[in-house]
Ligand binder design. Sequence first.
Ligand SMILES: Cc1cc2nc3c(=O)[nH]c(=O)nc-3n(C[C@H](O)[C@H](O)[C@H](O)COP(=O)(O)O)c2cc1C
Length: 400
Amino acid sequence: MKRRQFGQVMFTAAGAVTAADGTDVVAQGEVPGQEQGVQVDRIEDAVSIADVRLIAKSRMEEATFDYIDTGSCDQYTLRDNVNAFQRIQVLPPLLTGVRKVDLSVNVLGKKIAMPILLAPVAGQRMFHAEGGLAAARAAATMGTVYGMSSSVGNSVEEIAAAADCPKWFQLYVPKDRQVTRRLVERVNGAGFEAIVLTVDLGEWKDADRRHKFAVPKNMLVKHLRDIGFSQVTMDMSEEEIQTFNADAWDLALSWEFISWLRRHTKLPILLKGVLRPDDAQRAIDAGVSGLVVSNHGGRRLDGMPASIDSLEAIVEVAGEAVEVYLDSGIRRGTDILKALALGARAVLIGRPYAWGLGAAGEAGVERVLQLLHDELENAMLSAGCTSLQDITTDLLQRSG
Ligand SMILES: Cc1cc2nc3c(=O)[nH]c(=O)nc-3n(C[C@H](O)[C@H](O)[C@H](O)COP(=O)(O)O)c2cc1C
């Protein structure tokens, strides 16, 4: 792939970004691109992710919608994930004669229809009764990967049976290594094609604390039993289950865990949450097959940089050794074009499809994937790219 050094993306003078109507969206605390949607009622009338978000907002309980929507603390990182894309501009060449584009891409050796994957997202049964089953079916229809969260609300076997699409399993690690081992064995046996190890921590969301947001007891019991904590039953009190859940997970992992995981699976391992080049190098040395450049959509430690601003340095370290993916802040096809130009093999989306699920279940997730697919296709046509290989840093310039 042709590439030139793009350099650090710079902030605008005051660190502020102005919305189309002239208001300072950062000062208002709004996320640009999310508030621009016009209220529509039917998912088939949604013309942007912003529209899908507003449909979800009108249909979901406030606490559940906010669980999806908000980020940690002051939400600096959440906002910057979106703002950072505005600081990168596209300079398309003219008269390229391109009239057809191919969006297909190989991920971990598997050809999929588009470079837009569904990120692991917890709690999907709270967004829609069909939860992860609906999202996985939408991924299959649209020809892409379903990233199953450990905490999605369904078992590995249920998701495996739901849809015939490539599936990656995202692992949160039980402290009890026997439970972890059995879970990984089930993932190995259920036809998943990769394990995504998420290692970024520090979630501290004011909205969730204000709402006292908690997974309903029956869903939490199912989730814990699905993981393999068979000692958890509906006979336990709500408090006992919450206490068990709070203590069940290993939140103090170190690099040795990757070696442990390597010994228990032949599946490719991706490390999710990478922002530092030195961590990228350690992960490569530890034998991972891919890196997901991510700040967890601004849901973890607030103040971390926008993922897109960290991408280029990680791509530099990765070279040809491992595949690099990006998530956090993707709301438009042009965002995807920019991420691919900076070296991502593909992007993952979180909130956009969680909103789709809340708005209209399976049809909502399909709509989200279709919108982003079509926007990327249009961006590629406009930039004279016939395939993803043609999307290079030459197409970009930075503002500021
Ligand atoms: C409601 C919600 C739940 C999430 N749950 C998980 C999870 O269980 N595991 C995980 O690795 N990431 C989780 N994420 C983070 C996503 O995988 C992804 O990194 C993030 O959503 C990307 O940013 P975006 O929402 O701006 O697309 C979650 C994100 C959301 C919005």
